[in-house]
Ligand binder design. Structure first.
Ligand code: GTP
Ligand code: MG
Length: 234
């Protein structure tokens, strides 16, 4: 069966795209191999089936990105909060790949690996999403990294995307709603990202279905016209 809508995860190598999807679908964090090409899984969201595509961040597979994005109802642009370059890459390398996405495509920006940062211990807990620390908090703090990308950077990128897509900020979903920080390792906010995106793609799917059925009608009309023409010419 053809899925009703498509959601695509894009982002640089190693930012945690596969881990996020695995955390969401399998409810666990385990070793991943760098993705080759792309892979998808299907999720049922109410009456709609949605395919979620995990793509490869590696440069050698870059050309495939726009193919995976074709007709996408949503794109999740993913970066690593401990790696400044990874958010730059979203703008420089990945944004153009979304040119093939649906005109109404929803954009979400996700900063992953927040568990690695010194700020993580102070984030509010989300029920059932955080695991208890394996080590005492003191030893954890000493191994933490400095956060290189902040929420304000993601919000600035989101606004640039709206400009790039020539969308009016007033009509698009608010940047604060579409920028997230996650940890695939602990599960922090992972469900929240996917559920928010799924919720928001439903109207896009319905719109795509309407356009699809209109196209069918158009095609029939063209056929009829052609038939008439050919019979006239006989
Ligand atoms: N600490 C921590 N490590 C993570 C997190 N997410 C992913 N990782 C680790 O980061 C590495 C890369 O994760 P992947 O999920 O394979 O990254 P990817 O974006 O799919 O990479 P490509 O498939 O090569 O594009 C792995 O070693 C993961 O275990 C996270 O939230 N926290
Ligand atoms: Mg991967």
């Amino acid at each position: 069966m053809k899925p009703d809508g498509k959601v695509v995860l894009l982002g640089d190598v190693n930012v945690g795209k596969t881990s996020l999807l695995q955390r969401y679908t399998e409810r666990r964090f385990r070793d991943t191999a760098s993705t080759v090409g792309g892979a998808f899984c299907l999720r049922q969201w109410g009456p709609h089936s949605i395919s979620v595509w995990d793509t490869a961040g590696r440069e050698q597979f870059h050309g495939l990105g726009s193919m995976y994005c074709r007709g996408a109802a949503a794109v999740i642009l993913t970066y690593d909060v401990t790696n400044w370059q990874s958010i730059l890459e979203l703008e420089d390398r990945f944004l153009a790949l979304t040119d093939t996405a649906s005109a109404d495509c929803i954009f979400a920006i996700v900063g992953n690996k927040v568990d690695l940062t010194d700020a993580f211990a102070f984030l509010p807990e989300t029920e059932g999403e955080r695991q208890p620390p394996e080590q005492p908090i003191n030893s954890l703090i000493s191994t933490k990294l400095k956060k290189q990308v902040h929420m304000s950077d993601a919000i600035a990128l989101y606004k640039k995307i709206l400009k790039y897509k020539m969308l009016d900020e007033k009509n698009a979903p608010a940047a604060e709603k579409m920028c997230f920080e996650t940890s695939a390792k602990t599960g922090y906010k992972v469900d929240h990202v996917f559920e928010t995106v799924f919720e928001m793609v439903v109207p896009v799917i319905l719109q795509q279905k309407t356009e699809g059925s209109l196209q069918t009608v158009d095609l029939n009309n063209i056929k009829t016209t052609k038939n008439i023409q050919s019979s006239c010419c006989k």
